[in-house]
Ligand binder design. Structure first.
Ligand code: ADP
Ligand code: ADP
Ligand code: ZN
Length: 223
């Protein structure tokens, strides 16, 4: 089981692919921090910090936050003590410069990425998922009105918090996000394929099956 405690994993996938849903379960199983740039930016924006002011307009429109800002946030996060024994990056990297800088940061720390899981989902399914997504304003958990409803409508199963719709899950921002991310994701897939780190996961299966496939991929790669 040695490899399991040093998992340094990236989840790649377009908006709505299921990264957040799967990352929540996997990081709980393996007791590693879930580092999600989108969650970090939303928290900063809600708290009106300087970072929040800087990134709000990008989040709301669906555009990517500039690389220098994003990279410095992740760099600081990876230097925290809890990331020393592994981590799961969800939503980062999203651009080639982010991926290259991440490589540099992690090789300096002597802790390279161990697996990159690419959750593959087609566009029409992404649209169905994003438009029906509801998120908990307390803990950030992700639900879907049809595919993954909470036990009690509008209420988070995990923390009892109220569920809301993200502003960027409205059709206009969804279109921007898919456009922003489509080619960049393909580039990152090639980048990590070239390094022999990429594992493709059929993300269109039901949530439990995707979870099993991810568990199997991580187990296979870490023994
Ligand atoms: P991402 O973090 O990649 O943007 P989420 O994990 O938030 O994606 O999932 C997007 C939406 O799709 C959510 O409403 C979620 O409940 C739903 N979802 C996630 N995985 C699946 C799946 N395998 N099948 C159907 N719906 C899913
Ligand atoms: P999803 O995976 O559902 O698109 P996220 O929560 O990961 O959503 O991201 C929400 C928003 O946060 C993005 O639309 C973008 O504005 C910003 N963001 C998140 N991660 C990055 C990143 N790696 N680079 C640039 N911007 C990012
Ligand atoms: Zn919650």
């Amino acid at each position: 089981m040695k490899g399991l405690c040093s998992m340094r994993v990236i989840f790649l996938g377009l908006p709505g692919a299921g990264k957040g849903t799967q990352a929540a379960a996997i990081t709980e199983d393996f007791k590693i921090p879930h580092i999600a740039t989108g969650d970090m930016f939303r928290a900063a924006s809600a708290a009106n910090t300087a970072l929040g002011e800087q990134v709000r307009k990008y989040l709301e429109s669906g555009l990517l936050v500039p690389d220098d800002v994003t990279i410095s946030v992740v760099k600081a996060r990876l230097q925290q003590a809890d990331a020393a024994s592994g981590f799961l990056l969800d939503g980062f990297p999203r651009t080639k410069p982010q991926a290259q800088t991440l490589d540099e940061i992690l090789s300096e720390l002597g802790r390279p990425v161990t697996q990159v899981l690419y959750l593959e989902v087609r566009r029409d399914e992404l649209l169905r998922r994003l438009t029906g997504r509801r998120v908990c304003s307390g803990c950030g958990a992700s639900y879907h009105v049809v595919f993954n409803p909470p036990r009690l409508e509008g209420v988070c199963d995990r923390c009892g918090g109220p569920l809301t719709q993200r502003k960027d899950d409205q059709p206009e921002a969804v279109a921007v996000r898919l456009k922003e991310n489509f080619e960049r994701t393909q580039d990152l897939v090639k980048f990590y394929e070239g390094k022999g780190l990429l594992i493709r996961i059929d993300g269109e299966q039901p949530i439990g099956h995707v979870y099993d496939a991810i568990r199997q991929a991580l187990r296979g790669a870490s023994v």
